[in-house]
Design a protein around this ligand. Structure first.
Ligand code: GLC
Length: 670
């Protein structure tokens, strides 16, 4: 069969540098945005306020021998947007006398909080800022910090890093009850205040949070809303019942998804989500200024890295929104279903690859610069798996989507087998690799990827504890990246990409290697660091990624919320509590840095931003998960036997050849 690609033509085709404005959002929204015929017919029949112009064209592709067509309605609607032009004030730019000024959550249109005695207490130690037509007015209620707070911050110095010595209460002021009836420490209240100051508004509506609010450093792109950085903010807001901002974020980023994007005259695939976006102001005429959204798909990013993880995070957040709010109508919306399918189609597109894992370039995720993680990095595979599991729950099943649903199921099954079987490493597997024969040419080779045993690094031999194990960082022909990557391992637990036994072993390893992986600040992004020649060759002598700094073995407090989720899921809450206690003691004293340096995370990172939003939001989300573990459980996935049983290859039925999964000498699937 021949695949047809009908190229879309939109009569309202904005130039790549034209931006989305809330003023003229309806006309600006008349853009190319593929959708399925199914979605489209739903659109046409079921909505009154969506007007799809007649100029709809489409493209089609072949998928597993089935013809799947995509059509392009060129309009979308965002009924929640107001069309009032507003001058946007970036939080970083609105400092008065050294104090960050911001509108309160209520002023920004978030759900009003009930007042209570404790609210009054909070107000007594805060300034309140009122947004007016003339800018932001400061109303100072009581300026001084409480005495408790000062002494708490002073008490939070360096301590020994042994797990048993990090008890929750040391150095942290006694909690008081907040208006939800929950205990809240001073540190949490400070984090909430900072999170609100990080809010970004677009046309008077909060749509995200800046990456960092640090006026002492050049902002670069840290004044933008990053998709991945916003996830812990979103969870913190959702857990607090502030749902609107998350909904706004999901809808606005969806709008950016179909934006025309080019890097040196080449357009990446439809469905790509930006790494970040910025709210900018545009002078319309002499008097009028309008706000516009300006996405970055990597075309401005350092190293021009494609944010593969953005779309995956978007899907994961969409599911979390439904789970935590009980509002499933958002994911059922036609435009949302369309966006979801676009991301999935982009990820599920066939290429030259032989593996079910996603093939990506270096720096396509949280580690967004050269670190030798091109190929099939675990982080992307774990997020991909989580996104597929999320999508499986959300894609509306009907005739139009049944092929997609089948593809999702097949991929989940193949991916879980691949990762469980080939990425897993413990003492037993290491011994197997150590004795591998090479140059095996056959269907049922033991050493399928032709790994030379000499690749096993010296540090690893003594590092893996008897009772623990982990998923390696990457797997390619003749190449295993044996580094331990935290995010990928944590998401393998959360999504049940690993077997129950593997997931347990990963946490055992983190506990056994606490000094290496947690040390003075949770948690190491990867272990160990690349040093000397390896650093020179693999990072290209990157001065930011020097050994034990930043992405190269630095410690990232934002990983705390994902660790907490994993611990709660596996019934190891005490590990998360210890890590959170460490963070609570240090983060406010150190002004909430982006990352820490040195082998044990002793120093604030060399070039770390302060008041990094995902640091403080991750801390808040962790605290809230610990207070209400059932919310964490809602975001995790249990083992799904249906996924394990599905096998797409059908070889077992034909009898001509053996299914490689049946033939696998698996030690781990039990
Ligand atoms: C750095 C991090 C990236 C993050 C961004 C904004 O580039 O590597 O993961 O999204 O900063 O905080």
């Amino acid at each position: 069969m021949i695949g047809t690609n009908l190229i879309s033509i939109c009569s309202m085709k904005p130039s790549p540098r034209m931006l989305i404005s809330c003023k003229n959002s309806s006309s600006f929204l008349a853009r190319c945005h593929p959708t399925t015929p199914r979605a489209m017919s739903n659109n046409l029949s079921s909505t009154n306020n969506i007007h799809y112009p007649l100029r709809m064209l489409g493209f089609a592709r072949i998928m597993n021998g089935n013809h799947r067509a995509f059509r392009l309605p060129s309009s979308r609607y965002f009924s929640h947007l107001t069309s009032r032009p507003q001058i946007f004030r970036s939080p970083a730019a609105t400092r008065i006398n050294g104090d960050v000024t911001t509108a309160t959550v209520n002023e920004l249109g978030l759900k009003p909080r009930k007042s209570s005695v404790n609210d009054k207490k909070n107000l007594e130690i805060e300034k309140v800022y009122i947004k007016t037509d003339n800018g932001i007015d400061e109303k100072q209620l009581v300026v001084e910090k409480s005495a408790d707070k000062e002494s708490e911050l002073e008490a939070g110095g360096e301590e020994d890093n042994a797990r048993s010595e990090n008890k929750v209460s040391e150095g942290v002021a006694a909690p008081i009850i907040n208006n939800n009836g929950e205990e809240e420490t001073d540190v949490e209240r400070e984090a909430w205040k900072l999170l609100q100051e990080a809010l970004v508004t677009y046309c008077d509506t909060p749509v995200g949070t800046v990456a960092a609010n640090d006026s002492s450093e050049e902002s670069l792109n840290y004044d933008q809303v990053f998709i991945r950085d916003f996830i812990p903010s979103a969870l913190a807001f959702l857990l607090k019942g502030e749902n609107e901002i998350v909904k706004n974020f999901l809808l606005h980023t969806l709008q950016l998804q179909s934006w025309e994007k080019t890097v040196d005259c080449y357009s990446p695939g439809q469905g790509l989500m930006p790494a970040s976006f910025k709210v900018k102001t545009m002078q319309v005429d002499e008097e009028k200024v309008e706000e516009v959204l300006d996405p970055d798909f990597g075309e401005s990013a350092i190293g021009r890295v494609a944010p593969v993880d953005s779309g995956l995070w978007w899907i994961i957040l969409l599911r979390a929104y439904g789970k935590l709010t009980g509002d499933y109508s958002l994911q059922e919306r036609v435009d949302v279903q369309t966006g979801l399918e676009m991301i999935l189609n982009l990820c599920l597109t066939d290429g030259f690859d032989m593996f079910p894992s996603l093939l990506v370039t270096d720096g396509s995720c949280m580690i967004d610069r050269r670190m030798g993680i091109h190929g099939h990095p675990l982080e992307i595979q774990a997020l991909f798996y989580s996104a597929l599991r999320s999508a499986r729950e959300m894609v509306k099943v009907d005739d139009g989507s049944k092929n997609l649903v089948r593809e999702i199921n097949n991929r989940l099954s193949a991916l879980s087998f691949h990762i469980r079987e080939y990425y897993w490493l413990d003492m037993k597997k290491m011994n197997e690799i150590y004795r591998y024969k090479t140059e095996e040419y056959s269907l049922d080779a033991t050493n399928k990827f032709n790994i030379y045993p000499e690749q096993i690094p010296l540090w690893l031999m003594d590092w893996v504890p008897q009772e623990g194990g982990y998923l390696i960082g990457n797997l390619q022909p003749a190449h295993m990246d044996f580094r331990f990557f935290m995010l990928g391992n944590l998401w393998s637990i959360v999504s049940s990409l690993g077997t129950p036994k593997q997931n347990k072993s990963i946490l055992n390893l983190i506990e056994a290697k606490w000094d290496d992986l947690v040390g003075h600040m949770p948690l190491k992004i990867c272990y160990p660091a690349l040093e000397s020649e390896e650093w020179r060759i693999i990072t290209g002598s990157d001065p930011k990624n020097t050994p034990w700094s930043y992405h190269n073995g630095g410690s990232w407090p934002t990983l705390l919320w994902q660790f907490t989720l994993a611990c709660i899921k596996m019934g190891r809450t005490e590990l998360a509590e210890d890590a959170v206690a460490l963070a609570e003691k240090r983060l406010p004293v150190d002004s909430w840095p982006e990352y820490y340096d040195t082998r044990t995370g002793k120093f604030i990172g060399k070039q770390a931003r302060l008041y990094q939003t995902w640091t403080l939001a991750g801390f808040l989300a962790s605290k809230m998960f610990l207070k209400n573990p059932e919310t964490a459980a809602m975001l995790c996935w249990e083992e799904d036997l249906e996924i394990l049983e599905t096998c797409a290859c059908a070889l077992s039925k034909s009898g001509r050849a053996k299914c490689s999964r049946d033939a696998a000498k698996s030690q781990i699937l039990v």
